[in-house]
Design a protein around this ligand. Structure first.
Ligand code: OGA
Ligand code: ZN
Ligand code: ZN
Length: 405
């Protein structure tokens, strides 16, 4: 956008509104409040750090809300025209046309990395050929493959990687490719394997062989991990399929079909807890968190699902008369999530890595059979990634790609 912006044609000042209105050669116009322009001056001498990358600390501390321009001039000599302002306090600022056209207040385009276009899905996601298989080594070595993989994760909330080496610790390489794996009290990489010998305090759903209903991981954290990775080192001989449902899609269905239930799940705060001893990892833990099951942003968009029955506490700070409606709403939501129309069942093969947006997609597991010999039993490794790390890597790679073109 920067270099192709049209020239500034004219400007007008409104003393009453304390704004400057810019008109471009292509017919666009935009009003800019004086205070906003002064606040966003990027001069290297005073306002911005000489690296040109960030505002100077403290430079914005004591803004004069009544600041007005003493003089305004449009310079069209350089390829991109600019607007030069001298302020009432004597400070001088320059604003490039391309920079101004990037900031259009409520007309500004959305940040596509933070607000990607979502593609909702149901049980038939794979038949519709939406689900690509990404090659492990290719993701590690090709920026194109990496960016496609992340785009799928952003749009669909799940992605499949294949051909990962069938050995422990490989998820670390994926973490390094992003930036780093995000750590929990279960370490960087944790084992999902039947543990006959687990003591009572070591109890964990990862060690069972039973059906694991759909849930989000680390629901007991105030800031649960953003992405979940499951590396299959050994598949179960029978059963053990991964269960997945698009929480955002199902929540939108609920909003449409059962608005009262939707309202309850977005406003009721549930408490989650987990207590135990991760002897192979960071020892004793006792985590408590509070979340609505469906979290909305200030515009009413669904932003996060936090839901796990196996960590939900009895705490409900609602009037007693609301308790039954809360259960009704929860049951409706769970029923829709587990409905065969919505539930995508997929058995990971050795070398597969299932990647899940833990804020959107709920995951679970079908029960499976184990043999007497532990060496032939289902063995997965799990790890987490942080969305901020994924996003910052994505921005860097996209910027590099743009400069190469
Ligand atoms: C878990 C989990 C799924 C599986 O341990 O939290 O969701 O496939 N496991 O074993
Ligand atoms: Zn300045
Ligand atoms: Zn889980």
């Amino acid at each position: 956008m920067a270099s192709h912006s049209p020239a500034i044609q004219s400007f007008t000042q409104s003393t009453e509104d304390k704004t400057l209105s810019v008109s471009w050669a292509n017919g666009d116009t935009q009003e800019y409040p004086y205070i906003w322009l002064r606040d966003n001056c990027q001069c290297i001498s005073v306002c911005w750090h000489k690296s040109g990358l960030a505002p100077r600390a403290g430079a914005r501390f004591d803004l004069n809300l009544d600041v007005v321009p003493k003089s305004v001039e449009v310079t069209s000599s350089n390829p991109a025209s600019s607007m030069d302002i001298e302020w009432s306090d004597g400070h001088k600022s320059q604003y490039l046309s391309s920079w101004l056209s990037q900031y259009r207040f409520n007309k500004s385009p959305e940040d596509v990395i933070l607000n990607p276009k979502l593609r909702y899905w149901a049980a038939d996601i794979d038949e519709k050929h939406q689900l690509k298989r990404y090659d492990f080594e290719e993701i590690l070595t090709s920026d194109e493959a990496f960016l496609n993989w992340i785009s799928d994760l952003k749009e669909l909330g799940i992605a499949l990687i294949v051909n990962a080496p069938k050995k422990e610790g490989e998820l670390q390489r994926l973490g390094n490719r992003v930036n780093f794996l995000s750590r929990s009290n279960f370490g960087h990489i944790w084992k999902v394997q039947t543990r006959y010998t687990a003591s009572r305090e070591e109890h964990n759903v990862a060690y069972h062989t039973g059906f694991l209903p759909l849930h989000t991981d680390l629901s007991t954290y105030q800031s649960p991990a953003g992405l979940l990775l499951f590396h299959c080192l050994q598949a179960a001989i029978e059963g053990g399929e991964s269960l997945l449902a698009d929480g955002f899609k199902v929540a939108e269905d609920l909003r449409r079909d059962n608005p009262e239930a939707f309202e309850i799940l977005t406003t009721t705060v549930f408490e989650n807890f987990e207590k135990g001893n991760a002897t192979d990892y960071h020892g004793k833990y006792h985590a408590v968190s509070k979340h609505p099951i469906i979290r909305l942003d200030q515009e009413g968009c669904i932003r996060r699902i936090v839901n796990s029955d196996h960590t939900r506490t009895p705490m409900l700070r609602v009037p007693v008369s609301s308790v039954l409606p809360v259960y009704r709403a929860m049951k409706l939501f769970h029923g829709k999530l587990h409905h065969p129309d919505n539930l995508f069942k997929y058995k990971l093969k050795e070398g597969d890595i299932l990647c899940v947006n833990n804020y959107r997609v709920l995951h679970g597991r079908a029960d499976f059979k184990v043999t007497e010999q532990e060496t032939t039993n289902r063995h997965f490794e799990g790890a987490y990634l942080d969305w901020d790390q994924v996003n910052l890597r994505m921005r860097v790679l996209l910027e590099e790609k743009a400069t190469k073109q």
